[in-house]
Design a protein around this ligand. Structure first.
Ligand SMILES: *[C@@H]1O[C@H](CO)[C@@H](O)[C@H](O)[C@H]1NC(C)=O
Ligand SMILES: *[C@@H]1O[C@H](CO)[C@@H](O)[C@H](O)[C@H]1NC(C)=O
Ligand SMILES: *[C@@H]1O[C@H](CO)[C@@H](O)[C@H](O)[C@H]1NC(C)=O
Ligand SMILES: *[C@@H]1O[C@H](CO)[C@@H](O)[C@H](O)[C@H]1NC(C)=O
Ligand SMILES: *[C@@H]1O[C@H](CO)[C@@H](O)[C@H](O)[C@H]1NC(C)=O
Ligand SMILES: *[C@@H]1O[C@H](CO)[C@@H](O)[C@H](O)[C@H]1NC(C)=O
Length: 300
């Protein structure tokens, strides 16, 4: 089908669905899609994907946030470079051959750059916050965890996939409310043992030399109720570091702030807001390699 025809087709759908109420979906396919007021919910309702405002009421973003907490916290944004006008009719769906596409009533705003073609692909939001596009056999064709924005969530990798040519890295927002790509990036080096590098534009602000242990693995606690484990993988095909939260009733997220500081925020079950667990000022009280690694990044 030609793109013009697809868009016309979608326009009809938009008109037909303009007055429908908000729906909660668990899967997206070519026949089941998301419109303005719908949300895609992860199986256990931890995360949701939908259209949210951030910097101004006129701008909307297709993003992922925690579903159960009262403070809207976007952990991933698809169209960070192209906010959507609040008045436009929006459709987020899968088109053949297996591409996730965000349309407004005029054009394509964002699409996944899946490299493998697949008929009858579906997309789901995982309880980790990962939006995954899969073929009929549940093989992943594309996933949002491969294209992080400013958030490093539990289970997300930071490093390099040499086979697929993917660099898992963070890039800051322009300001605390504005998802547009900002000044800072936080990435592992491209070759050999990883050393984390914080850059402001093209200028290196900090380069860690701390991570030389191939078997880096451990547990770290910020407080009694905030414990996480971390591990590194170093082999020919990939190099990365990842972490997981031990207590599933707490939420933990690491974010590269718009001023270039790597911050760790925690949310204890029953809490009212995020609490800052770790940032540049606390270096003296955090002793593990991982924490020091993160801490050091903000000392420039
Ligand atoms: C895929 O899209 C991401 C942004 O979503 C971009 O950073 C990356 O370079 C793209 N990769 C290819 C192969 O086009
Ligand atoms: C895709 O799904 C449709 C409807 O469920 C089915 O008829 C068709 O055979 C599927 N295509 C492939 C290639 O499996
Ligand atoms: C979590 O730990 C912090 C510091 O150890 C403490 O102040 C806070 O009350 C704890 N919260 C809960 C819900 O246990
Ligand atoms: C590298 O490590 C990953 C994760 O453990 C594994 O899936 C992959 O097969 C490994 N690749 C090689 C070449 O050893
Ligand atoms: C997990 O956190 C909750 C709330 O702070 C606490 O009551 C519980 O004891 C913790 N569980 C473990 C295994 O640490
Ligand atoms: C939650 O904490 C953030 C960051 O400290 C703060 O900016 C925000 O106003 C707080 N929100 C509420 C509802 O307390």
């Amino acid at each position: 089908m030609e793109v013009a025809a697809i868009i016309f087709f979608l326009d009809l759908f938009c008109l037909l669905f303009l007055h429908k109420s908000c729906a909660e979906l668990h899967t997206i396919s070519d026949s089941q899609f998301l419109t303005d007021r719908d949300i895609l919910v992860s199986d256990n309702g931890i995360f949701e994907l939908g259209f949210f405002q951030s910097d101004s009421p006129e701008n909307r973003y297709l993003g992922i946030r925690y579903k159960k907490i009262p403070v809207t916290t976007l952990v991933w944004v698809a169209n960070r470079e192209q906010p959507l006008a609040s008045a436009s009719a929006l459709v987020f769906k899968i088109i053949d051959p297996g591409i996730l596409v965000l349309f407004n009533n005029i054009r394509v705003i964002w699409s996944s750059n899946s490299t493998t073609e697949s008929i009858n692909a579906t997309a789901k939001l995982r309880d980790t916050g990962n939006l995954a596009l899969m073929d009929q056999h549940e093989n992943v064709l594309w996933q949002s965890f491969d294209y992080p924005t400013e958030h490093w969530l539990p289970g997300m990798k930071m490093g390099n996939d040499y086979l697929r040519g993917i660099e898992w890295r963070l890039s800051s927002w322009k300001s605390s409310q504005h998802p547009l790509v900002g000044e800072f990036t936080w990435a592992a080096g491209k070759h050999g043992f990883p050393s984390f590098i914080l850059k402001q534009g093209s200028v290196v602000k900090f380069r860690s030399e701390l991570w030389r242990n191939q078997r880096l693995k451990g547990i770290s606690s910020f407080s009694r109720n905030m414990t996480f484990s971390y591990y590194a993988i170093v082999n020919e095909s990939e190099v990365y570091i990842a972490y997981n939260i031990e207590n599933s009733s707490t939420l933990l997220r690491i974010t590269l702030s718009s001023s270039g500081i790597l911050e760790t925020w925690g949310w204890v079950e029953g809490g009212k807001n995020w609490s800052l667990e770790c940032h540049s000022l606390k270096i003296s009280v955090i002793h593990t390699t991982f924490a020091v690694l993160m801490e050091a990044a903000s000392l420039f």
